[in-house]
Write a protein that binds this ligand. Structure first.
Ligand code: NAP
Ligand code: HSE
Length: 428
């Protein structure tokens, strides 16, 4: 019988416990598929005494994840603690220095330190695998790195944060506002320890940064992403967008242009009949376009114990079979440093603003849009609320630069109350 692949697992929370359960439940299946057994040697978490609902007494226990990562009887260090720095990064570096492969679900660590860690791994002749870091149970990393290896990737898009999608779809289905549904998501345990990672668009941007590196052969560039969260989306926006034939999604878009790498993670309107508009709750969807394949659409559960552990098992099985690639698809020394480019491609926009209810107000706003070269496609005015007249515009295609100039002009008219909401419309 072949030698077993021996795992050291640090982090026994949602994902870690899920991994332990699958390894126990499917030991024979995994051995048959990998040609060798997969065993857990040792585990680590903060509390040794916590009941985690799975038997752990047969595994050695380490309080210190670094000690776990460097044990002689561990071949692969499985990092499932989280956090971009701290114990996750320390133990990952220690594991690589000790000649272990690393598997992680930690998108924050990879988005910030991915390039440096990839260099460490490749210098050590080892790999970092991270299928679970992006889009939960969807095998999008394998798809980009292997299934689409013969393509020049032209664009990657998607909904990659289940919590935001849950809040936005529940706003529409329950007619409750953002604040109430934020509380509901928190009560259901959906929010990250720092909720701003979810609702601020940062978690989804971490994932987009990782996909961009793989797709375009560039160094991970999280700082180059234009990020906007969902906190300013109101029930009115959801309703008005629906009225105009759209739904609102926190949408990531990455594409390489002659000016550099465009990456944005922002709430956008998508046509109600498009596949991405149909996504409900925590489901994720990633759309990849390549010169040969044209377009593929992957969708599935973006989080949770089973789906995320399923993705970790994909990495475990690959390593058990002896299969591993450079961390971001190409040797890290060949990954280019792509300059970040502001989105310059033209798109229609949804604009919502409250006008002072006085003669000529609408004309002034229309003139300000026109002076900046922004052409109105459709316009609606809704019932007055006190002194305010809520007005919606859908523009013809325009650039974000022209739109910014138009909004500056609109602010100067003196007839707009508060700050207008401007959301890009993406036709996917
Ligand atoms: P979690 O439920 O909060 O579990 C974290 C685990 O790490 C806990 O067992 C905790 O120990 C342990 N831990 C934290 N700090 C530690 C330290 N200093 N030393 C040892 N152990 C430590 O987190 P999770 O949801 O499983 O997420 C784990 C990773 O997967 C994160 O990177 C997350 O972003 C990623 N991820 C999660 C999901 C998901 O659906 N949950 C999906 C995709 C990716 P105690 O239990 O003793 O406190
Ligand atoms: N907070 C993340 C989400 C977990 O809501 O999608 C999965 O990465």
């Amino acid at each position: 019988m072949s030698d077993p692949l021996r795992l050291g697992i640090a982090g026994l929370g949602t994902v870690g416990v899920g991994v332990v359960k699958i390894i126990r439940r499917h030991a024979a299946l995994i051995e048959a598929r990998c040609g060798r057994p997969v065993e857990i040697t040792a585990v680590s978490a903060r509390s040794k005494s916590k009941d985690r609902g799975v038997p752990l007494s047969t595994y050695a226990w380490e309080d210190d994840p670094v000690a776990l990562a460097t044990r002689a009887d561990v071949d692969v260090f499985v990092e499932l603690m989280g956090g971009e720095d701290g114990p996750a990064k320390d133990a990952t570096e220690a594991a690589l220095a000790a000649g272990k492969h690393v598997i992680t679900a930690n998108k924050a660590m990879l988005a910030i330190h991915g390039h440096a860690l990839a260099e460490l791994a490749e210098d050590a002749g080892r790999s970092i695998r991270y299928e679970a870091a992006v889009a939960g149970g969807i095998p999008v990393i394998k798809c980009l790195a292997e299934g689409l290896a013969g393509n020049e990737i032209t664009r990657v898009m998607g909904v990659m944060n289940g919590t935001c999608n849950y809040i936005l779809t529940r706003m529409e289905s329950t007619a409750q506002g953002y604040n109430a549904l934020f509380v509901e998501a928190a009560e259901l345990g959906y929010l990250e320890a720092d909720p701003n990672l979810d609702v601020g668009g940062i978690d989804a941007a971490h994932k987009l940064a990782i996909l961009s590196s793989l797709a375009f052969g560039t160094q991970v560039n999280f700082d180059g992403i234009e990020i906007e969260g969902i906190q300013r989306i109101t029930l009115e926006d959801i309703r008005h967008a629906a009225d105009m034939g759209f739904r609102i999604k926190l949408l990531g878009v990455a594409q390489m242009t002659g000016r550099g790498l465009e990456q944005s993670m922002k709430p956008c309107l998508v046509p109600s009949e498009s596949p991405i508009a149909q996504l409900e709750g925590g489901t994720n969807m990633v759309v990849i376009e390549g010169d040969a394949v044209e377009q593929i659409v992957l969708s599935g559960p973006g989080a949770g114990e089973g789906p995320t552990a399923s993705a970790v098992l994909s990495d475990i099985c690959d390593l058990a079979r002896g299969s591993f690639l450079p961390v971001f698809g190409k040797p890290s020394k060949t990954l280019e440093k792509a300059p970040a480019a502001m989105s310059a491609s033209a798109a229609p926009y949804y604009l919502r603003m409250d006008l002072k209810d006085r003669p000529g107000a609408m004309a002034k706003v229309a003139a300000a849009l026109g002076e900046a070269g922004v052409s109105i496609d459709r316009m609606r005015q809704y019932g007055h609320v006190d002194e305010a007249a809520p007005v919606l515009f859908v523009t013809h295609k325009t650039t974000s630069q022209s739109l910014a100039a138009a909004l500056e002009g609109v602010a100067g008219t003196g007839v707009v109350l508060g700050e207008p909401v401007a959301l890009r419309i993406e036709h996917i």
